[in-house]
Ligand binder design. Structure first.
Ligand code: 2IT
Length: 447
């Protein structure tokens, strides 16, 4: 394989699909050496096939807002790769959603899901619908209209969507209700992230953040460090940051920053349980403002408009909001202020030059597809519970999640250990995920 030639072809074919091209470049650069040791991969054109999604559904979503006006959005589902299981991945509602964004997410999801040890292929969906400022009724009508098109494309052995940015248990509920009505069957296994009374798994809401903290603990232990006592920053205040804050606090770390599109909220003495609970209220309000935390807890927090979490001095930082949210200058600022490790919980949270700089300047770095895989892994556990019509206890799910994060960390170490004994987690995660999917594609022929 010649990475440069493949990238040049994709650039010419998909000009402007920057997130997709960025995600493909990162993976191909990491796997090139291993790939070239396997002539059978080259012969079957594994990489050329793997970078293209199996198919993309694009559809119009028309709905009526509270003023009685007709609104039109675009809906998508990218079914990227099903070599190791049914398509699996979230649905993102955000005004910036494009096919490029969902292609990058579906591509990443394929390797992430392979790392989880569970049989799940990669997919992603979404819409350019902006939930900010929308009423509950508007959210419901939009979810129903979106499902009116999507329902024929999904199913428990076909494609199993879940939440992502802008889609939580409320939205999954509205979509599941519409799916069951259209399909005329009570099918619990078609979406994950469901409510506990209608087929959801305990701990699925917490799982992305919990898994990230388990992974961080393992990576820190490898270099003789631990989370307890560390000052850490998160970004965003959504589901992922909420779960991460909960587990970080339980493990004895101090969360001193969260953020939103409007700015950063510093919490010098560390986040409290009341603040963690209030993150859920902020999310449900659809206001999308982290300043609301400062309004609610004025004595214990400080809000700075227009700034990101990365201005706050910490020991360890976690991206937990959106792709490319941390740039080179942010990485340099973090390091200057004493930060020693960066874990991506958001998918592709860091820009490529920031990652290279951190890796070359003695910072520990681990990519989203390993760190945040606990979310989709617990979706996989939800699918197992649904298929066998049972539900596990919190202890059972948590133990399985911990076992899975340990297995992911071990795969990164296996494939990413460098000559000096340190671990390149980008290389490790990409090669481990790739090898599994490539082998599965090879054995199932040219399709
Ligand atoms: O990025 C992700 O892994 C998710 N949004 C979760 C996907 C899932 O199917 O639980």
């Amino acid at each position: 394989m010649k990475t440069n030639e493949i990238l040049a072809r994709l650039q010419a074919k998909y000009p402007g699909e920057n997130e997709y091209l960025q995600a493909v470049q990162e993976v191909l650069e990491s796997i090139e050496e291993v790939y070239n040791q396997h002539p059978e991969f080259e012969k079957a054109k594994i990489v050329e096939r793997m970078v293209e999604p199996d198919r993309i559904f694009t559809f119009r979503v028309a709905w009526v807002d509270d003023k009685g006006e007709v609104q039109t959005n675009l809906g998508y589902r990218v079914q990227f790769n099903s070599a190791i299981g049914p398509y699996k991945g979230g649905i993102r509602f955000h005004k910036a959603v494009t096919p490029s964004m969902l292609k990058f997410l579906g591509f990443e999801q394929t390797f992430k899901n392979a790392l989880t040890t569970l049989p799940m292929g990669g997919g992603k969906g979404g819409s350019d619908f902006d939930p900010t400022g929308k009423s509950n009724g508007e959210i419901m009508r939009f979810c129903q209209a979106y499902m009116l098109e999507l329902w024929r494309c999904i199913g428990p052995d076909q494609d199993v969507p879940a939440g992502d940015v802008g889609v939580g248990a409320r939205e999954i509920g509205y979509m599941n209700g519409m799916y069951c009505k259209l399909a005329r069957q009570y099918n619990t296994g078609v979406l994950t992230g469901k409510g506990l009374t209608w087929g959801g798994s305990i701990l699925r809401p917490e799982a992305t953040g919990f898994g990230a903290m388990y992974f961080a603990s393992l990576a820190l232990a490898k270099v003789g460090e631990k989370l307890a006592g560390k000052r850490i920053s998160l970004s965003g205040f959504g589901n992922v940051a909420w779960g991460a804050a909960t587990k970080a606090k339980q493990l004895g770390a101090k969360v001193v920053a969260i953020s939103g599109p409007d700015g950063v909220c510093e919490i010098p003495e560390g986040i409290t349980d009341e603040m963690i609970d209030y993150m859920l209220v902020m999310r449900a309000s659809n206001r999308n403002k982290v300043e609301d935390m400062n309004t609610k807890f004025p004595d214990k927090t400080k809000f700075t408009a227009g700034k990101k979490s990365w201005i706050v001095p910490v020991d360890i930082a976690f991206t937990s909001a959106f792709q490319n949210e941390l740039n080179l200058a942010d990485a340099q600022e973090l390091k200057k202020n004493g930060c020693r490790a960066l874990f991506e919980i958001s998918n592709m949270g860091c820009q490529p030059d920031a990652i290279h700089w951190m890796q070359n300047n003695g910072m520990l770095f681990a990519p989203g597809k390993a760190v945040n895989a606990g979310g989709v892994a617990t979706s996989g556990l939800e699918m197992t519970q649904n298929a066998s019509h049972i539900s596990w206890t919190a202890e059972e799910v948590d133990e399985k999640l911990h076992t899975i994060m340990t297995a992911i960390h071990e795969q990164c170490v296996k494939y990413g250990t460098l000559e000096d004994g340190s671990v390149d987690y980008v290389k490790g995660a990409n090669i481990a995920g790739f090898m599994k999917v490539a082998q599965a594609m090879l054995e199932q022929g040219i399709i």
